[in-house]
Ligand binder design. Sequence first.
Ligand code: HEM
Length: 146
Amino acid sequence: MNNQPYVPPIRPNMIPPPSRALYGAMGEANIRQLLRDFYALLAQSAIQDMFPPNIEKASQKSADFFIGLFGGPPLYHQKYGSPMMRGRHMPFAIDPAARQVWLDCFLTVLSTPEKYDIPAELLPTLTLFLENFSMWMVNTAPSDSS
Ligand code: HEM
């Protein structure tokens, strides 16, 4: 055991961002609903204890981030400053199993892309980003490798 955070074998500059055409195709209301549905799944998942009781508020803070990421206005930056996502996730022990739960919840909401007006040709840019960026968020080694 040591107190150093686990560093995954990936760097953010290796990760292609999702298409910035997503914002124009989806619009703000659909992005907000996507994050609302995603957080509703997280709130029932094996990692539910990580999330705050006000799940609506948390989902809409994340929505601010995704709106900018998808090519819309940089709401998250304006309200909260530089995202520094890995740093902001450090208070939570995210191991590969927690990452998989998080990713599965996101992939579940994305299994009905038409509900959010996500064009079929843009969907892979988002899933690839989420698969990779969620690896970068892992800060804790698997529990069986102490
Ligand atoms: C790898 C698995 C992940 C886990 C277990 C996880 C968990 C969490 C938790 C517990 C919070 C704080 C509660 C909240 O405000 O929602 C949070 C915040 C957030 N997460 Fe994640 N997260 C993961 C990956 C990601 C990824 C890949 C992204 C972006 C693509 C992301 C974006 C955010 C944003 C924007 C916030 C709000 C940050 C803030 O409070 O300022 N997360 N996440």
